[in-house]
Design a protein around this ligand. Structure first.
Ligand code: DGL
Length: 276
């Protein structure tokens, strides 16, 4: 399976894939030379996504997982047309996971859904569209939270700075009576405990935080079970995962284990820069 993101965030999806799809090996590409994607135009993100996919194709992948909401929001359709293999994005699984929560909780039936994401993801309207395809019942409010990506890349997961930034981003959502918040960026799950804590402090009642990593791994597992992707039988976790980055590997390497929840293999630096 080929998996890419702008940086470290997609490793939250890799972690879920390693757990959910035993036997599958994963080649991960973090486009650390171009992170963040979320502040760039759709045209630029599409160009980056095309280069990432082309790089992963060199590893003979059988399916592509776009472990980045920003790229999923604007580039998945293009990737499906241009690359002859199954392509799974994170937005549709994220919307499904939110719907599951809403349907299981009658008290949330009329509550709006909040989506925290990058500027690119929020601007694209991809989450409201994905939710509307599943059910027209729910209003969706997007909130761009651009500072959270660099905080996560730097490993600032707790303390005053992330707490204040999260508070500023959550205030309008909580004021709009949002009680279910989708983490519409694969970097944000590392801040999940803090986001939950601040949201509940602001709301003075429980708030459900949904992340799409597990739902995305389930979508891949469903394709494996349906035979749409052939199953593999690889060995141990270390044999099953290889990591590539587009800038110096050191800081990525230092944080990778935290995202993966297990030891990380050595990341290899690759150059995609022919046209970027
Ligand atoms: N982790 C990515 C996402 O889900 C990208 C964040 C960024 O590069 O801005 O949107």
């Amino acid at each position: 399976l080929g998996v890419f993101d702008s940086g470290l965030g997609g490793l939250t999806v890799v972690r879920a894939l390693l757990d959910q799809c035993p036997g599958e090996s994963i080649v991960y590409l973090g486009d650390t030379a171009r992170v963040p994607y979320g502040t760039r135009s759709a045209e630029t993100v599409i160009r980056y996504a095309r280069r990432c996919a082309a790089q992963l194709m060199l590893s003979n992948i059988k399916a592509l997982v776009v472990a980045c909401n920003t790229a999923s929001a604007v580039a998945v359709d293009m990737l499906r047309v241009e690359f002859d293999l199954p392509v799974v994005g994170v937005i549709e699984p994220g919307a499904r996971a939110a719907l599951r929560v809403l349907q299981a909780r009658p008290e949330l039936q009329n509550a709006p859904v909040g989506v925290l994401g990058t500027q690119g993801t929020v601007r694209s309207g991809a989450y409201p569209r994905a939710m509307a395809q599943l059910s027209t019942r729910y209003e969706v409010y997007g909130q761009a939270a651009p500072l959270l990506v660099p905080l996560v890349e730097e490993g600032w997961l707790d303390g005053d700075v992330p707490r204040l930034a999260i508070r500023r981003y959550l205030e309008p959502l909580i004021a709009a009576r949002v009680r279910v918040i989708v983490l519409g960026c694969t970097h944000y799950p590392l801040l999940k405990p803090l986001i939950q804590n601040v949201a509940e402090e602001l709301a003075s009642e429980p708030v459900v935080i949904v992340d799409s990593a597990r739902a995305t791994a389930e979508a891949v597992d469903a394709l494996l079970s349906e035979g749409k992707i052939p199953r593999s039988r690889s060995g141990s976790v270390t044999e099953r995962l290889s990591l590539m980055v587009t800038d110096l590997p050191e800081s990525f390497q230092a944080s990778a284990a935290r995202f993966l929840g297990r030891g990380a293999p050595k990341a290899l630096q690759v150059d995609l820069s022919a046209d970027a």
